[in-house]
Design a protein around this ligand. Structure first.
Ligand code: AP5
Length: 216
């Protein structure tokens, strides 16, 4: 099953995407994670992406389309994949559609997480992430070792640069201007869209998401 996750920053795409992918037995690809790993490693991709990401702007479409093509061609994706944040502009939606057509794979579901902006700002302002495996947390302190991290050495919990107030504000504006039109594009192209109310306890949101993929 191929699932695209859409929704504003902080809606829970990363958190719920892991759970949906595990329930489906498929990998999850998150362009945000791919780009942050490249920034950390100081690769040419990371050097190009860093400024955009720190400000909360989108990385150019051509860069994302390259990541998308490479990731979707990998054999691990044969049984399906959960695409977290991979589509954020109409050209990216068109690009994904072409890549999937070339691979002969259908897009089964667009999962759209919806939630009020005040809740998003509160979530992002309180978030820490593991700098090794990228797992997000609420209510944990920057500098803590991520005891459950499966990487060696274990990661440390850090605040993301783009979770500073100015960058959060910009990310919300960028979402409205550049990503919200993708929803209309998918509607116009007859995609199956499941709207998930992303407000509420983690497990309640997971139950809604799993129901949408037939695993509830
Ligand atoms: P990315 O990392 O994808 O950032 P984002 O889309 O802004 O999404 P977030 O990771 O902030 O939030 P999320 O929805 O995954 O929520 P999470 O589960 O973490 O991308 C970063 C940057 O990379 C972009 O700004 C851009 O520059 C670049 N980029 C990436 N893809 C791109 C593309 N396709 N095109 C161009 N540029 C691209 O949850 C948030 C917090 O809330 C966590 O602390 C979590 O623990 C908590 N939480 C989650 N659910 C709940 C709940 N139900 N109750 C309470 N707390 C909760």
């Amino acid at each position: 099953m191929i699932v695209v996750l859409l929704g504003p920053p902080g809606a829970g795409k990363g958190t719920q995407g892991e759970r949906v992918a595990a329930a489906l037995g498929v990998p999850k690809i998150a362009t945000g994670d791919v780009l942050r790993a490249a920034v950390k490693a100081g690769t040419p991709l990371g050097l190009e992406a860093k400024g955009y990401m720190d400000r909360g702007d989108l990385v150019p479409d051509a860069v994302i389309l390259g990541i998308m093509k490479q990731a979707l061609a990998a054999p691990e994706q044969a049984r399906g994949v959960v695409l977290d944040g991979v589509v954020r502009t109409v050209p990216q939606a068109e690009g994904l559609s072409h890549v999937l057509a070339e691979l002969g794979k259908p897009l089964d579901l667009v999962m759209l997480f919806t939630i009020a902006e005040e809740a998003l700002v509160a979530r992002l302002s309180g978030r820490t992430v593991c700098d090794a495996c990228q797992t997000p947390f609420t209510g944990r302190t920057p500098g803590e070792t991520h005891a459950e991290c499966t990487h060696a050495p274990k990661g440390t919990l850090v605040r993301r640069k783009d979770d500073e107030p100015a960058a959060i504000h910009n990310r919300m504006a960028v979402y409205e201007a550049q990503t919200a039109p993708v929803i209309a594009w998918y509607r116009a192209h007859g995609a199956h869209i499941a709207e998930i109310d992303a407000f509420g306890a983690l497990d309640d949101v997971t139950a809604r998401a799993l129901k949408a993929v037939g695993k509830g």
